[in-house]
Each structure stands twice: as structure tokens, then as C-alpha cells.
Design a protein. Structure first.
Length: 647
């Protein structure tokens, strides 16, 4: 039966927790007014791709529409329906839900840290709140996580972390009673892995690391406490060791397959060896931003410099330092389990996104999960260095207050879209994405001349960047006279032909071509669009990816169709579909042919799409062939009805 003291302590703890939650809400409040950004549009626009999601069929189609990873991340997509079920939408509700989930993650983290401390010393009752509270708040208040919480699409990261935290918590609860209730413990530990690993992975793929993360926790935080019987050790190996070995084995085998031929990296400006070397600097930057926040804020658009050789002193020093710290953590994992475990958990959390898979080099949101326990080393240093308990508390509270202030400052920046984009452009003058994002924001606010000057400056610094040339022409098409457009068009063709085109520029290229062929660019027409596409194709290497080839073929087909060359356009659409056989793409291509009056060509194209779907040779098999075949049949019927009407 709880005593009066325990009841009083519970009331005090609840009041403190509520105040801390309110502080987090207040710190993030300025950023809730910010806009959607970049990847938000690609992932959230599917909310309105076929109208409101108000039927089971529409829900299933929406959940299968994800393109952010091999799974499509359906649980993350499902969570977006909390905020809206149509598009366009208001970013406020998406950011608010992210923030509430962030707070919920903090609750689970606090519970986990208390269990970990209990596993270290079950009879230790002093400071039951101070260390768990600091570790949790250090993570919860940290400004490095602002770009995750206030970026709606990073719901995927937040939700995957939520499921990982719940899985860890349930596993630790089971682990705590392995001696007193072995059957219950086995069930809880099994459910933690069997249920929450797929839930986390279906939110974001690095959620599949839950068994590997628990393996690290077992080997450091709770090593040998309490000890396991032989069958329990076997059970643990089945739950943790085998899946962990499978994850590491997959990553190693992937690296071995990719290393000799760089096909998987055809869309990147770096190779696999360069990525691995660069990640040494990336991890160093993450750690600098974590332990010295505000000293090197890169934001979303900072393009990280590529490391190409281990002979570089900085790369060699960084690698040596990482190896030394990791070796020390392994050596002291028994005497300093909390700090050693925090470091090994951090490295393990980056195993998927910082090794062989050809992802972007740097993103702050990748630290959301790995940094969960990095408050332990800070707390350990303060508590060991100072003997005065009041002074310890003052130092720890001061650290948290500084973090909260930095988070408020950064959230305020995120709440002001113009200042945010201009800040990134000034901070990263050699990032084409930062320059283009700022130009788009300036254009949105009517500052067209400022946007042009910014792009012009970017081209001066990066003359080989095709995206900047294309963006400048697209901007001038909207307001410049014919003479200026023609002059810049010639410069754009030269710049694109001699420059570097990246697949991420496809949306810009498509929109520009549509403007030119649609007569919305003074002095330019379909012939000029063809010249521009020829320049893009000329700037490609023989190793260009199938996706890049698809982009050029598909856009050329649209231009050719606009010019009235229907037969050639149909052949180009066929070539493009063969390069990227996505059923939805095929349906759109057939619809474009039908709209142009080429009904027979449209039906032929649908027959091609149907044959690929029936043979399972498409890029999206999540929805299932029945639904795709039904949609194909529906479009075929519409085309035939239109044909009969025309006759």
C-alpha cells in the first residue's frame, strides 16, 4: 500500500514532468507556424492524389503509394491521416502531432532509463529521478532534433523511434523478471521483438534494427543482471543474436556486391568508398552538434564535402578517434556500462544509414534514434567531478536550460520560412539545393529580382550545376521579356550540356519543359524544349542510371506528343516505361496519349502495362495486380467509350 511520502513524491514528480512538457511545447511553439518543406510535398501530396481518402479502397491505395523506401512506410503514412485526409493541407497540425509524439517518446525514454539504472543496481534507491530526468531532458530539449520534430515528413523517423522505444521497454520489463516469472519474461521479450520490429520497420526501415539495438543493450547496460539459464540464453540468441547477424550480414553482402560495380551509386556524386570515408566526418559533425550545439549548424540543405582518400589527415585522424573511442567503450563496458552503452548504441543506430546503402551523405534527423542515451556521459562526468549535490543539480539544470534556449531560437528560425531559406543559402553558398530553395521562397514572396540575383550568384560559384541553370531559365520564363529569355536559354543549353544533371532535378526539368511547350515562356516553343532535352542527354555518362534515362525519355515523349508526332511519342513512352515499369506511370502515359486523340496508341500502351503487371514485372507490387488490372480495365473502357463517341 503506498505511503503518504510515496504519494507526495508521485504528485511532485507528476507536477515536474508536466512543467517540463510545457517547457518543450513553449520552446517549439514558434516553429509550429512554419511551412511544409521539400520532401513533405512528395510524401504528403498522396493524401489528395485521387481525392479525399474516405473509402477502404482509397485507404489501401494511399497506404501502398509510399515511395520513401522499399516498404513504402505504410504505418507512417497511416499516421498522417491523424492530421488530414486530403491535400493541400495545413502544416500546423502535422507539426503539432510530431511534437506530441516527441513528448511521448520522452515518456518512454524516461521509463527505459529508470529500468536500465535499476538493472545496474536493483537495491540502489537514491537519485531515482535525477539521472533519468536529465538523460531524458537532454535528448528531449536538444536543438539538433528540431529539424526532425518540425519537419512533417520525419513523422517516419519519430514513429519508428516510438515503436523501438516501446519494444525496448517491454523487453526490459520481461528481462527484469526472468528469474521470478520466466514464462512471462519469455513471452514479453518475444512479443517486444516480434511485434514492434515490423511496426518500426514499416514506419522507417532503420526500425528493423530493434534486435541489434537490444543486443547492444544486453551486452552493455544490463550485462549479466540477472543471469540467464541455458534455455533463456538460447532464447535470447534466437531473439537477438540471429536477427542482429542477419542485419549485419545483409549490409556486408550489399557492400560486397556494390563495391566492384558502382551501379547502385549511379545517381550519386560519390562512390561507395567515398561514402564510407565521408561518414567518418559526418559522424564527427553529428557528435560536435550534439555535445557542442550551436557551433556548426548545417540545417537541411548543407551538402557535405566528399572525402575521397584515407590519406587525408582529417579523415585518418577521425577514423583513428572513432576506433579508439569504440575500443575504449568495449573495454570499459563492464566498469562504465552506461557511457559505454550510450556510445555503442549511437554507433549501432547509424549502421543502416551511415554505411553501404547509397543514401544522401548527411541528415540531422538520422540522429533522432541513435542519440537516445548520449546524456549518460554528460551526467556521469558532472556527478563524478563534483561532490556537492546541490552544485551537481545546478550544473545539470544549467545545461538543460541552455539546450532549451537554443531549441527555442532554432524553432523560431523554422517558423519564419523566408529567413530560414535565406539563412541556409548564406550558410551553404556551394549547395545548389540551398540556393534553389531560397530562390523559390523569394519568388513565393514576390522578390523575383532577388531570386534571380541569388541564382546568378550560385551559377557563378557552381557553373557546372545543371539545376541552377534550369531554375534560372524557369524563373525568367515567368516575367522576363523574350530577348532576355532567348539569351539565357542559350546559356542554359551550354551549361546543361557541360554540367552535371542529377535525377532529383526531374521535377524542375518537367515543369520547365511544360512551360516551354505550353507557350508560357516568351520566344520558346516545342523545338526549343527538344534542344534542351538533347543538352541534358548529352551531359550524361554511359553509366547514367535507368531512372535518369527514364526521365529524359518520358519528358521527350511529352514534348514530341505536344508537337503532334504521335507515333514517335508512343514509341518514346514505351521506351520510358520499359526503363521504369511502374503501373501508375504507364496509366498516366496512356491517358496522355488518349487525351491527344491517339486512342489506338493508348490502348496498345495499356496492353504493354497489363502484360508487365500480369508477369509481376513492375516496380510496385504492394497494391496487388488485381487492383492495377482493374484500373487498367477501367481506363481501357473509358478510351473505348470515347472512341465510339467520336465515331
Amino acid at each position: 500500500m503506498p505511503t503518504k511520502r510515496h504519494s507526495r513524491d508521485y504528485i511532485v514528480f507528476s507536477a515536474v514532468a508536466l512543467c517540463l512538457g510545457l517547457l518543450v511545447l513553449l520552446a517549439y511553439r514558434p516553429g509550429l507556424q512554419g511551412p511544409f518543406l521539400f520532401d513533405d510535398f512528395a510524401s504528403l501530396s498522396t493524401l489528395g492524389a485521387t481525392g479525399e481518402i474516405d473509402t477502404l479502397a482509397e485507404l489501401r491505395r494511399y497506404l501502398a503509394s509510399g515511395t520513401a523506401g522499399p516498404t513504402g512506410r505504410p504505418f507512417a503514412l497511416l499516421s498522417f491521416l491523424i492530421d488530414d485526409y486530403s491535400w493541400p493541407s495545413n502544416p500546423y497540425s502535422f507539426k503539432r502531432t510530431n511534437l506530441l509524439l516527441h513528448l511521448l517518446n520522452g515518456v518512454f525514454l524516461f521509463s527505459i532509463v529508470r529500468l536500465l539504472l535499476h538493472s545496474q543496481s536493483p537495491t540502489h534507491t537514491t537519485r531515482p529521478v535525477l539521472i533519468p530526468g536529465f538523460v531524458t531532458c537532454f535528448w528531449l530539449f536538444h536543438p539538433l532534433l528540431v529539424s526532425t520534430v518540425l519537419y512533417p515528413v520525419q513523422r517516419m523517423t519519430i514513429l519508428a523511434t516510438l515503436f523501438v522505444l516501446v519494444g525496448i521497454l517491454i523487453y526490459l520489463v520481461g528481462r527484469r523478471c526472468v528469474r521470478t516469472k520466466p514464462a512471462v519474461a519469455a513471452i514479453l521479450m518475444t512479443l517486444a521483438i516480434a511485434i514492434f520490429t515490423p511496426l518500426a520497420a514499416l514506419s522507417k526501415e532503420n526500425g528493423a534494427m530493434l534486435p541489434l539495438l537490444l543486443f547492444v543493450i544486453e551486452c552493455t547496460f544490463i550485462r549479466g543482471s540477472p543471469s540467464l539459464l541455458w534455455w533463456q540464453q538460447l532464447h535470447r540468441h534466437i531473439l537477438l543474436t540471429l536477427p542482429s547477424a542477419a542485419i549485419l550480414g545483409y549490409l556486408i553482402s550489399y557492400a560486397v556486391r556494390v563495391w566492384p560495380n558502382n551501379g547502385a551509386y549511379a545517381d550519386r556524386a560519390f562512390s561507395l568508398p567515398e561514402r564510407l570515408l565521408t561518414q567518418i566526418h559526418v559522424l564527427g559533425s553529428y557528435l560536435q552538434n550534439w555535445f557542442l550545439p550551436g557551433t556548426n549548424y548545417r540545417g537541411l540543405l548543407g551538402e557535405f564535402p566528399i572525402a575521397s582518400t584515407l590519406e587525408n589527415p582529417g579523415t585518418l585522424f577521425g577514423l583513428s578517434l572513432l576506433i579508439a573511442i569504440t575500443a575504449a567503450a568495449l573495454h570499459f563496458r563492464r566498469t562504465l556500462p552506461l557511457s559505454a552503452g550510450a556510445w555503442l548504441f549511437f554507433l549501432t543506430g547509424h549502421v543502416v544509414e551511415s554505411t553501404a546503402i547509397p543514401l544522401e551523405l548527411y541528415f540531422e534527423h538520422r540522429n533522432y534514434l541513435p542519440t537516445l542515451f548520449l546524456g549518460f556521459p554528460i551526467a556521469g562526468i558532472v556527478l563524478c567531478a563534483l561532490n556537492n549535490r546541490l552544485l551537481q543539480q545546478i550544473i545539470l539544470m544549467t545545461i538543460l536550460a541552455i539546450l532549451l534556449g537554443l531549441t527555442w531560437d532554432r524553432a523560431s528560425l523554422w517558423g519564419d520560412p523566408t529567413n530560414l531559406h535565406v539563412y541556409w543559402a548564406e550558410r551553404h553558398p556551394y549547395s545548389q539545393r540551398a540556393q534553389r530553395a531560397a530562390a523559390l521562397e523569394l519568388e513565393r514572396t514576390g522578390q523575383l529580382n532577388e531570386a534571380y540575383q541569388l541564382l546568378q550568384g550560385g551559377i557563378t560559384r557552381m557553373p557546372d550545376n545543371a539545376a541552377l541553370h534550369l531554375h534560372q531559365l524557369a524563373l525568367l520564363c515567368k516575367y522576363a521579356p523574350e530577348r532576355t529569355v532567348n539569351k539565357v536559354f542559350a546559356q542554359t543549353v551550354t551549361g546543361v550540356r557541360n554540367g552535371t544533371y542529377e535525377p532529383g532535378t526531374f521535377t524542375l526539368l518537367r515543369q520547365l519543359v511544360q512551360s516551354i511547350t505550353g507557350g508560357r515562356c516568351d520566344g520558346l516553343g516545342p523545338t526549343d524544349a527538344g534542344i534542351l532535352l538533347d543538352a541534358v542527354a548529352a551531359g550524361q555518362t554511359p553509366e547514367q542510371s535507368r531512372f535518369t534515362k527514364f526521365q529524359i525519355a518520358h519528358t521527350r515523349a511529352v514534348v514530341t506528343l505536344k508537337a503532334g508526332n504521335i507515333g514517335v511519342a508512343a514509341d518514346l513512352f514505351r521506351d520510358a516505361f520499359e526503363l521504369r515499369p511502374h503501373p501508375e506511370t504507364g496509366l498516366q502515359q496512356a491517358a496522355q496519349l488518349a487525351t491527344a486523340g491517339a486512342l489506338d496508341h493508348a490502348l496498345d500502351h495499356l496492353a504493354l502495362v497489363k502484360s508487365h503487371v500480369r508477369r509481376g514485372q513492375t516496380l510496385n507490387n504492394v497494391i496487388g495486380p488485381k487492383i492495377w488490372l482493374r484500373d487498367i480495365q477501367h481506363l481501357e473502357n473509358q478510351i473505348r467509350v470515347n472512341g465510339e463517341t467520336q465515331q
